[in-house]
Design a protein around this ligand. Structure first.
Ligand code: SAH
Length: 257
């Protein structure tokens, strides 16, 4: 008998941000393979019948490689198990979820995809930043900063307007900021970096494009973090008064140019 795979988005890390469908899939699971950024602290309770397998990914260190993960999913499903593949955020946003679905289908296994609350939208919200706002931004672009962007991509982004959201962008922050400045984005453009969204250690750093690199280095900003570039950053509220006043003082000092 062939099992079934649920590819589940776990949201940005806090249990209340799991969907009802995700909770139901976990409750019935025999096996759960989860990532580091998926909400995993309550898994023993949420998936009481399941064996829990940590295939945690972190930058530059994958305990189980992507191919190994796909083989594990397929191997468990072929024993007839109900397999939940639990990912951080939404499984189809930079999560390699599509590859896992293809691997399952190739092995004759049915997959149900359960979308999740993506960090691209929810982590800015945790810092009080709306990605769109009437009169300020009517589009947002979500970019992976895993590898440096090409000059053509940087040129398009710099001219696009609206809001730019970057995931996995801490390592490539220098090339991103330099590239956007080179292609004409204003050094005064507000930038926010929100680290560890929805955890007790959530922290927001706000500066402008001209000073964010120095500011991030000073504060020792690290992954996981979501970057937001755009005028909407000025709307940040709730618990981020310190960060907002930093932006205001940068503007009045004229450091943004
Ligand atoms: N599928 C995920 C994204 C996977 S890429 C989603 O939809 O959210 C991993 C990146 O997501 C991290 O490097 C970071 O940029 C971002 N991320 C995920 N959870 C986060 C969190 N709780 N706080 C800050 N950034 C987070």
């Amino acid at each position: 008998m062939t099992g079934h795979v649920w590819l589940v988005g776990g949201g940005p890390g806090r249990e209340e941000l799991l969907t009802l469908a995700a909770v139901a899939a976990l409750r019935d699971a025999d096996v759960v393979l989860y990532d580091r950024l998926a909400p995993h602290e309550g898994l023993a309770r949420l998936a009481p019948h399941a064996s829990l397998i940590d295939v945690g990914k972190r930058p530059g260190h994958h305990p189980v490689g992507q191919e190994g993960i796909e083989q594990l999913i397929v191997r468990h499903a072929l024993t007839g198990a109900r397999v939940v593949r639990l990912k951080g955020g939404d499984p189809y946003v930079f999560g390699r979820g599509g590859e896992e679905v293809i691997a399952c289908r190739a092995a004759g296994i049915d997959v149900t995809v359960i979308p999740g609350v993506t960090s691209a939208i929810s982590v800015p919200a945790a810092a009080g930043i709306p990605l769109t706002h009437r009169g300020i931004s009517r589009l947002f672009t979500v970019v992976s900063g895993h590898a440096p962007l090409s000059p053509a991509e940087l040129e398009h982004l710099a001219g696009l307007g609206g809001t730019i959201v970057v995931l996995m962008g801490i390592g490539t922050l220098p090339s991103l900021t330099q590239g956007l400045l080179r292609f004409g984005m204003s050094a005064a453009m507000p930038v926010a970096i929100i680290e560890r969204g929805y955890s007790a250690a959530q922290r927001t750093t706000i500066a402008d494009l001209g000073s964010i690199l120095t500011e991030a280095a000073t504060r020792g900003v690290s992954s996981p973090a979501v970057l937001v570039i755009g005028e909407v950053v000025r709307l940040a509220h709730d618990g981020d008064s310190e960060a907002i006043s930093a932006l205001a003082s940068a503007a009045s000092a004229g450091s943004g140019g």
